[in-house]
Design a protein around this ligand. Structure first.
Ligand code: FAD
Length: 320
């Protein structure tokens, strides 16, 4: 039996979180028997689709309809439901994301499926179907038992090791029949607020706090971010004062990020800020106060003045 994985794309490139979802599904298929079929929607190059094989997909169903390039939620849910039926799947795996959440919620109803989000580990299928998931913004774990026939598992970003050793996946064209009504809510244009990299999806984030003293110093944050290919973020007071736009505010009341690397500069590490970043894989803290609480959550810490450390760090990255 196949496990179906819903793949998300951005401008024709498959998102890393979707490859993680495939790796998770492959490990589940190896445990339970069966194989992994992915479903991809919109214009994506065949070669890009075949690459999903390295993460563990045996086959990709490609719905090559440019109307699906934008994440039109109803249309994506309808197309994935048809793929689920075609492969006779009982389990759908996807990446936890804003689009993934919206699609998964609709599919849970359509497929009469139990849905577990923020999954961090393979289900224990020995007795019952227990799934481990992250709760309270990453501070604790819970086990949820699923008793439905159909199951949807939304995998948390960075929780799964990405598999990269499989052969190319077979790509198959898949025609779906979509009613015009599923395109009723249209994204007519998108406007990127700042930077080239979107904060919620960034793999690296460089964030500044009140320790940066003022907006005129943000070039130091931006220079490091540029060298690292990172998005920029900030603490809440920084956006409240107007040094940075509100959509860059990270934390409990702002954007929750889960990058591979989060660099916090001149941020104290208040619990409300940590709530937005503690799903990061590695945290680097730069703060002149060795007692700053952020150091307790850090993988690496630099005790020093941001105005001295940042230029040196940027130069060091540039030299790599
Ligand atoms: P500060 O606490 O002022 O810390 C500045 C840090 O910079 C200090 O640690 C200092 O040692 C360091 N520093 C100073 N100068 C330098 C220098 N030259 N070089 C290096 N380091 C230096 N906050 C959020 O960020 N996100 C949220 O979502 C959020 N939600 C909240 C919700 C509620 C209900 C409440 C009550 C608060 C919330 N807060 C949130 C605010 C939070 O409690 C903290 O006040 C805030 O995170 C502190 O921001 P900061 O670390 O930038 O500033």
């Amino acid at each position: 039996m196949s496990i179906l994985v819903y793949i998300e794309q951005a401008d024709g490139a498959i998102k890393k979180t979707s490859l993680e979802a495939i790796s998770f599904a492959k490990a589940l298929a190896d445990k339970e028997g069966g194989d992994v079929t992915a479903v991809a929607l919109g214009s994506i190059d065949q070669g890009e689709l075949a690459k999903t094989g390295s993460a563990g997909a045996a086959k990709v169903l490609h719905v090559n309809d440019e109307k699906l390039n934008a994440g039109v939620i109803q249309a994506h849910a309808a197309a994935v439901a048809q793929a689920f039926e075609k492969v006779g799947a009982k389990t759908l795996v996807l990446a936890k994301s804003s689009l993934g959440d919206a699609v998964a919620a609709r599919l849970a109803i359509k497929l009469n499926a139990g849905l577990v989000s923020n999954v961090t580990d393979l289900p224990d299928t020995g007795s019952g179907y227990k799934v481990k998931r992250s709760i309270y913004t990453g501070k604790a774990f819970a086990e949820t038992e699923l008793s439905t026939d159909n199951k949807i598992l939304a995998v948390k970003k960075n929780a799964i090791d990405l598999k990269t050793d499989g052969a190319d996946a077979a790509v198959e064209n898949f025609e779906v029949s979509l009613d015009e009504s599923v395109f009723a809510a249209k994204i007519t244009s998108t406007d990127q607020a700042t930077g080239d990299i979107l904060l919620p999806e960034a793999d690296i984030v460089v964030s500044g706090g009140r320790g940066m003293k003022g907006p005129e110093n943000w070039n130091l944050i931006e220079d490091l971010a540029k060298e690292l290919g990172a998005a920029t973020g900030c603490s809440k007071p920084v956006s409240d004062i107007g040094w940075r736009p509100h959509h860059e505010h990270v934390g409990q009341t702002g954007v929750k990020v889960a990058p591979t690397l989060y660099v916090a500069v001149g941020i104290s590490g208040a619990i409300q800020h940590l709530a937005g970043v503690n799903s990061s894989k590695y945290i680097v803290v730069i703060n002149k106060d060795p007692e700053a609480p952020f150091f307790k959550a850090a993988d690496y810490g630099i005790v020093g003045d941001a105005f001295e450390v940042l230029p040196k760090l940027t130069e060091a990255v540039k030299a790599l």
